[in-house]
Design a binder for this molecule. Structure first.
Ligand code: TYD
Length: 392
C-alpha cells in the first residue's frame, strides 16, 4: 500500500528550505512469511538523525513518569552484580538519568549530537554514534559486557536489525537481555492509527515479527508487556535462546495476534480502506468548519502529524498554525505542507474555535492542562480511531 510521497517527519523547515525538500514514497508492505510490516523505501538514516534532530523526549510529563517506571523495572528484574546498562537512541537522557541517579553504570548510544548534548547536561554518559557491531566491540573493550541493552521507540527506526542482533551478541553478558518497546502493530490496526507510519518507523512490530527477525540472530522473546504509551506499544524482553525461562504471556500474545488477524494479508487491505475513509472524513470536516468561518489550529507538531497532513493534503488554508512546545520547531514550518509552527503562548493568547489534536496519544495529559481552552468553548478534533469533535 502507498501513502504517497512524504517528507522527513521531523524535518521542520524554514522558508528558504521550501524548495528542494527531501521526499520519499511512504509505502508499507506486509510480509506474510515473517509477519513483518515494513517500509519498502527507507530514507538514509543520516537524513533523519543529525545535529538538528527535532524530537526531544522531555516534552511530555507523562513520558517522564513512564521512563522512570521502565528504568525501575529494569533495575528490579535484570541487573545482577556490578551492572552495566546500555541504551540505544538515548535521546536527551530521559530514561538513563534514572540509572545515573541510582548510581548504575550506564552508557547512552545516540546518533543525534544535539539531543546527546542535553543528556550529558543531565549527568548521562553518552556516546554520539549509531549502534553497530564495531561500536559494540569498542564499548565492550572500554566498559566491559552489558547486563542489559535497552531501548524505547528506537528499534523500529533501525533498518538493519541483523546488525543490531550481531552488535547485541557482541556486547551482552551470557545471560544479558535486550529489551525494547515500540508502537505495536495490533494497536495500530485496532485504532486505525496510520499516522504511526512515517520515515523513522521503518517497522511496526508485532510479537511474531520480533520473534522472526531476532530469532535469526539466536535471540528469543522471553517476555512481553503491553504499554499504553504512543497510542499502544509493546515491550519485548529478548535473551539468547535457552538462556532464560520464557513467560506464558508470550504464547498468549501470539494466539491473540492470530485472532486479531495480524497474520492475514486481508487485514492490511481493510486497514488501507479504513485510512482512505478516515482521510475523507477529516478533510470534509475541516472544509465544512472553514466555510462557517471557524478558526482551526493544530495542537502539537508531532512526527505523526507529518503523515496525516501530507496524506490528507491539509495545508495552512485549513489549519492556521500548529502550536508546539519544542523551541527548535517554533518559527519553522511543517514538512511538506508548510503550516507555521508557533509557540504554545500564541494558542493561549487567542484561543481558536477548534484544535486538531495531533498528539492524540497524550490526550489525557493535554486535556487536563487545557481546561481554560475548553471553558472558553474551544473544541478538540480527533481522528483516532475515528474523526470526531470533542468538547473536553
Ligand atoms: P509525541 O506524540 O511524542 O510525538 P511524535 O509523533 O513525534 O512521537 O508528542 C511530542 C510532540 O508534541 C512534541 O513536538 C511536543 C508536542 N507537545 C506539545 O506541544 N504539547 C504537549 O502538551 C505535549 C504533551 C506535546
Amino acid at each position: 500500500m502507498s501513502f504517497g510521497n512524504m517528507p522527513i517527519a521531523n524535518r521542520f523547515v524554514t522558508e528558504h528550505e521550501f524548495e528542494g525538500e527531501y521526499f520519499f514514497e511512504l509505502a508499507p508492505a506486509f510480509c506474510a512469511e515473517c509477519g513483518t510490516l515494513q517500509l519498502v523505501e527507507q530514507p538514509d538514516p543520516a537524513e533523519m538523525f543529525h545535529d538538528q534532530y527535532a524530537f526531544f523526549s522531555r516534552t511530555s510529563a507523562s513520558m517522564q513518569v513512564h521512563f522512570a517506571g521502565y528504568a525501575d523495572w529494569v533495575m528490579q528484574h535484570y541487573l545482577g552484580q556490578e551492572p552495566f546498562v546500555v541504551e540505544l537512541g538515548s535521546n536527551d537522557g530521559i530514561m538513563l538519568e534514572n540509572f545515573a541517579r541510582a548510581g548504575v553504570r550506564h552508557l547512552g548510544v545516540e546518533p543525534s549530537e544535539n539531543v546527546a548534548k542535553v543528556a550529558r547536561e543531565y549527568g548521562v554518559n553518552t556516546l554520539c554514534s549509531f549502534f553497530t557491531p564495531d561500536a559494540a566491540t569498542a564499548i565492550r573493550g572500554e566498559h566491559g559486557a552489558a547486563n542489559a541493552i535497552i531501548a524505547a521507540n528506537v528499534m523500529c527506526h533501525i533498518p538493519d536489525l541483523n546488525a543490531i542482533g550481531e552488535a547485541a551478541d557482541i556486547l551482552l553478558k551470557p545471560d544479558g537481555v535486550l529489551i525494547f518497546e515500540d508502537p505495536y502493530l495490533g494497536s495500530m490496526i485496532e485504532k486505525n492509527s496510520y499516522d504511526q507510519l512515517y520515515d523513522e518507523h521503518v517497522y511496526i512490530f508485532s510479537l511474531r515479527s520480533v520473534q522472526s527477525i531476532f530469532g535469526r540472530q539466536g535471540f528469543e522473546v522471553v517476555d512481553v508487556l503491553e504499554q499504553g504509551t504512543h497510542g499502544g506499544s509493546m515491550r519485548y524482553v529478548l535473551a539468547r535462546a535457552g538462556s532464560r525461562a520464557c513467560s506464558d504471556t508470550v504464547g498468549r500474545l501470539r494466539a491473540q495476534e492470530s485472532r486479531l488477524g495480524l497474520d492475514n494479508p486481508a487485514t492490511y487491505d481493510r486497514f488501507r480502506e479504513n485510512c482512505e475513509s478516515n482521510r475523507a472524513a477529516l478533510v470534509s470536516l475541516l472544509r465544512e468548519l472553514k466555510t462557517t468561518g471557524a478558526r482551526i489550529v493544530g495542537y502539537a507538531a508531532t512526527s505523526k502529524s507529518t503523515t496525516v497532513l501530507n496524506y490528507c493534503g491539509i495545508d495552512s488554508s485549513l489549519i492556521e498554525y500548529i502550536s508546539d512546545t519544542t523551541p527548535i520547531k517554533q518559527g519553522r514550518y511543517t514538512p511538506g505542507t508548510h503550516i507555521p509552527v508557533r509557540p504554545h503562548a500564541d494558542f493561549v493568547e487567542y484561543y481558536p474555535d477548534y484544535a486538531v489534536l495531533f498528539a492524540w496519544n497524550h490526550a489525557k495529559e493535554i486535556m487536563s492542562k487545557e481546561t481554560a481552552y475548553a471553558d472558553a468553548g474551544g473544541k478538540w478534533i480527533t481522528f483516532v480511531p475515528k474523526v470526531e469533535i470533542k468538547q473536553a
